[in-house]
Design a protein around this ligand. Structure first.
Ligand code: GLU
Length: 281
């Protein structure tokens, strides 16, 4: 039986790409008599808003998508993430990081943003300084190469194939944020296991997350789900969906009189409304 999930971050209203993701996951689960779960990934206290959580459930209902059980809310699950974190900590695989975004950009000579680049390792291998930790905000990072030395390079199952990772797929990702007890990757693998997820359905933009999530699953002895990364929806001129480009939210489409159930039906058949297209990569 397929158990899958839709896991939006409530930092804005849902758009067509979210709708596509939810429709595909829902269809995969329902075609198999399986479960479709909703998870609210609200670990970023600065950007998450309760009104966007309400907006998410409203938009899903409009699309005619139902979910099983109560939505799981990550901000309420700190104790569980802390347990997993402690395990990695006891294994000697994490280190505190005091870097700011601009420290990292300076170290990398990458002033124009950090998208897709690896952490330069500034804080790795430093002697622990509890006094500094008591005084300065810090996150905690995975020592990815130390972890790989124990596990070897993980593979994962994607759409029926077994894919092999390479060393370059791994970064010293943040496991616990400066402002929250966990960060995305750790919370994601803990929750996927806790919810019994057998199939992770999400966009291709998150494909790079899969090797490090597999690594965490191995370290924490969690079961291995299947992965399915779907194409991203953009504008038909190749632009990504972004608020600044005037991309409509689902709420905007509803206000324009679009029928949510008909939209979901089209998406299920791989049809996008006029003006939108699947992006190449
Ligand atoms: N919260 C992530 C997002 O909104 C999705 C995470 C996942 O599906 O693993 O992009």
């Amino acid at each position: 039986m397929i158990v899958t999930r839709f896991a939006p971050s409530p930092t804005g209203r849902l758009h067509l790409g979210h709708a596509y993701s939810a429709v595909l996951g829902h269809a995969r689960a329902r075609s198999d008599g399986g479960r479709f779960l909703l998870r609210i990934e609200d670990l970023d206290p600065g950007r998450s808003r309760p009104e966007f959580v309400d907006g998410t459930t409203e938009d899903l209902r409009w699309l005619g998508i139902d979910w099983d059980g109560e939505p799981l809310v990550q901000s309420e699950r700190g104790a569980l993430y802390a347990k997993a974190f402690d395990r990695l900590c006891s294994a000697g695989l994490v280190y505190p990081c005091f870097c700011t975004r601009s420290d990292i950009a300076d170290a990398l000579h990458a002033p124009h943003g950090l998208g897709g680049v690896h952490y330069p390792g500034t804080c790795r291998g430093r002697a622990d300084d509890p006094k500094r930790r008591a005084l300065e905000p810090h996150s905690w990072r995975l020592d990815a190469q130390a972890a790989l030395a124990r596990t070897g390079l993980p593979d994962w199952r994607e759409d029926g194939a077994v894919l092999q990772s390479s060393r370059a797929d791994f970064d010293d990702v943040i496991l616990a944020r400066k402002d929250a007890p966990a960060a995305y990757h750790l919370a994601c693998v803990v929750d996927d296991q806790a919810s019994g997820v057998t199939l992770v359905t999400r966009g291709l933009d998150l494909r790079l997350s899969t090797p490090v999530q597999r690594l965490l699953q191995i370290l924490l002895e969690l079961p291995q789900p299947e992965y399915f990364h779907h194409p991203l929806v953009g504008h038909d001129d190749g632009r990504r969906l972004a608020k600044r480009d005037g991309s409509p939210t689902l709420a905007n489409l509803r206000d324009r009189g679009v029928d949510g159930r008909a939209l979901a039906e089209g998406l299920r058949a791989g049809q996008l409304p006029l003006g939108f297209a699947f992006l190449e990569d």
